[in-house]
Design a protein around this ligand. Structure first.
Ligand SMILES: *Cc1c(COP(=O)(O)O)cnc(C)c1O
Length: 360
């Protein structure tokens, strides 16, 4: 068996320790004689799995009691519709468009109400985060929406927008659990787990209780009402049981690593290795405004598409997988999520240094 260094943006690398544990428990989960995949979601064993997962996430993020934690299906994209369906009272919302995922959410929300883009960084191919300190947010906006870490473009909101008192909704798919967060600054935090936490399909939504309403229009699908899910502790129907089980293991792994302060320090260290190299390289350069750089997704280019392709191919042959940039931007992107070991980044930089020398 040999494992590569997987720089995929998602689904992405998971802690090897978690995968090993899951493998060991595959056929017989803790004496139940069955796999978690084969288990009733109403069983005692599964009840403990999902309750522990929620508690561990609450501990890690310090989630206040007046926030519900929901484990849902449909990925982050399903919430692009669920957010306006659940939150629109006045039928109005403000979106900050900082990349493709924000844009998709913005476009989806337009189906349900009057949605304004109050800021955008489309003018410079989403390579920066716009100044959001004094935006023209409509008086009657039901919420302000951001994509906090832009997976494709490699930017991150290091300062949350001034929402002028409106509830902030954030898609944190690609920065989930990468650093401590003050949950009270948000109305809703949600993210698909396949970037930093677990298997694709699961989306976790952390929602302030007063935003979980039972006065929604009858046309809102039962499954998309947060109220349905909250009233049933994410067990209204069969949840993505196995995926949630893996998420739970990753939460325990994070706790063992020292929690979110510790993982942030490690993430900063890893990102610094890569950005420091890019900043002095004569061949490679980062594409993002330095103050807005993500710790998770690092896009870079040589400026020559053929050379980019050569790099990606040679890197793959050397055991560095999935370094090709998103199809919409080209170049390269190294996603260095929580589970990417620091050695992976060090070895990648050594490889880039060698490539630079050979192709100068
Ligand atoms: C990957 C990603 C999504 C889409 O997630 P799905 O689970 O495939 O719907 C949405 N937002 C962000 C920020 C992402 O990185």
């Amino acid at each position: 068996m040999s494992r590569v260094y997987n720089f995929s943006a998602g689904p992405a690398v998971l802690p090897e320790e978690v995968l090993r544990e899951a493998a060991e428990e595959m056929l017989d989960y803790q004496g139940t004689g069955m796999s978690v995949m084969e288990m009733s979601h109403r069983s005692k064993a599964y009840d403990k799995i999902i309750k522990d997962a929620e508690q561990d996430l609450r501990d890690l993020m310090n989630i206040p009691d007046n926030y519900k934690v929901l484990f849902l299906q449909g990925g982050a994209s399903q919430q692009f519709a669920a957010v306006p369906m659940n939150l629109m009272k006045n039928g109005k919302a403000a979106y900050i468009v900082t990349g493709q995922w924000a844009k998709k959410a913005y476009q989806e929300a337009q189906k349900y109400g009057d949605v304004v883009a109050v800021a955008s960084s489309a003018d410079k191919t989403f390579s920066y985060i716009p100044d959001c300190s004094d935006l023209d947010i409509p008086e009657d906006a039901d919420y302000v929406y951001i994509c906090e870490n832009n997976t494709i473009y490699g930017t991150k909101f290091w300062t949350l927008p001034n929402t002028k008192g409106k509830d902030l909704v954030a898609d944190v798919s690609s920065c989930f659990l990468s650093e401590p967060v003050d949950v009270t600054k948000y109305g809703v935090i949600y993210g698909g787990v396949q970037k930093n936490i677990g298997p694709a399909g699961v989306v976790i939504a952390i929602i302030r209780e007063d935003l979980i309403r039972d006065d929604l229009p009858a046309s809102v699908p039962t499954m998309l009402k947060w109220k349905t899910q909250a009233d049933n502790d994410s067990l209204y129907n069969t949840p993505p049981c196995y995926g949630i089980y893996i998420c739970g293991k990753v939460f325990k792994w994070l706790k063992k690593m020292g929690g979110l302060e510790a993982i942030k320090a490690l993430n900063e260290k890893k990102a610094k290795i890569l950005y420091d190299f890019l900043d002095q390289s004569k061949l490679f350069r980062g594409t993002v405004a330095p103050q807005d750089r993500s710790l998770m997704n690092v896009p870079f280019v040589t400026g020559n598409a053929d050379l980019d392709a050569k790099f990606v191919a040679e890197a793959k042959a050397a055991g560095f997988e999935n370094l090709k940039g998103h199809r919409s931007v080209g170049g390269m992107r190294a996603s260095i999520y929580n589970a990417m070991p620091i050695e992976g980044v060090e070895k990648l930089v050594a490889f880039m240094r060698k490539f630079e020398a050979e192709n100068a």
